[in-house]
Design a protein around this ligand. Structure first.
Ligand SMILES: Nc1ncnc2c1ncn2[C@@H]1O[C@H](COP(=O)(O)OP(=O)(O)OP(=O)(O)O)[C@@H](O)[C@H]1O
Length: 231
């Protein structure tokens, strides 16, 4: 579904991604892992066109997104749940969800029913301001908002960060459902190993802006964990 080839990115003089390649096979959940500051968020923002890349390809079903504008990503079927959620605090839950409607076909510009079925709490809180929701509810809203465009590929940046354990479990179940039952391809940035193991089919480990190991989740060995994840 998505193949990133030889990506190089820098902030001014400081190079962050080095010849980085990753593969997200269709219908699978690929978990991007690595210690703080290795470039996970930079990678997702580069895929989304929010950061300029120097060289490299971002192939979505064979078509290169790298030279295209950020606005083209949703139309290409890429949904994004940014780190820190970025819910609009002074818009209601419903208004937050409506932001994606212009991407939907002209004759179907409504929030799909299944979204409120997946997140019943958002149906209950439709008219509340985004800023009044708890962290876990805001995270659910951020995921729901990304789903409004009917993405083929969903990128999630640390959706469990700062969220209480029962909601973490709920979010894990929803990601599994979207991926395994509904066939959505997922790229998940995640630091929590048990969560990564629960939802992921594959892993990709980053270290100082480079991809250092990847494979099936059950190939993520204790050695790799010690070398690239344990702090
Ligand atoms: N806007 C920026 N300007 C300059 N350097 C930046 C900027 N954003 C990130 N960096 C640097 O780029 C490197 C990668 O950061 P990035 O946020 O992508 O890492 P990360 O793996 O997502 O970390 P974390 O797990 O803490 O979110 C870090 O050294 C960081 O300091």
């Amino acid at each position: 579904m998505l193949t990133v080839n030889g990506l190089n990115q820098r902030y001014g003089e400081s190079q962050t991604l080095w010849d980085l390649s990753i593969e997200a096979p269709k219908g699978q959940c690929t978990v991007v892992m690595g210690r703080n500051g290795v470039g996970k968020t930079t990678l997702l923002q580069s895929i989304m066109g929010l950061l300029k890349v120097d060289t490299g390809q971002i192939l979505m079903e064979g078509s290169d997104l790298a030279p295209r504008r950020a606005e083209d990503r949703p139309r290409a079927g890429v949904g994004y749940v940014p780190q820190g959620r970025q819910v609009f605090p002074r818009l209601t839950v419903e208004e937050n969800l409506e932001i994606g409607l212009p991407i939907r076909p002209k004759n179907d510009r409504k929030i799909p029913d299944y979204i409120y079925e997946l997140f019943p709490v958002l149906a209950e809180m439709k008219r509340r301001f985004g800023g009044d929701l708890s962290g876990g509810q805001q995270q659910q809203l951020a995921i729901a908002r990304a789903l409004v465009i009917d993405p083929k590929l969903l990128l999630l940046d640390e959706p469990t960060e700062g969220i209480q354990p029962n909601i973490v479990q709920e979010i894990g179940d929803i990601i599994c459902k979207l991926n395994q039952e509904m066939g959505l391809t997922v790229i998940l940035v995640e630091q929590k190993l048990p969560f990564a193991r629960k939802v992921g089919d594959r892993f990709c480990l980053l270290d100082r802006g480079r991809s250092v190991a990847s494979g099936e989740m059950d190939e993520l060995s204790d050695d790799l964990i010690r070398q690239y994840l344990t702090v």
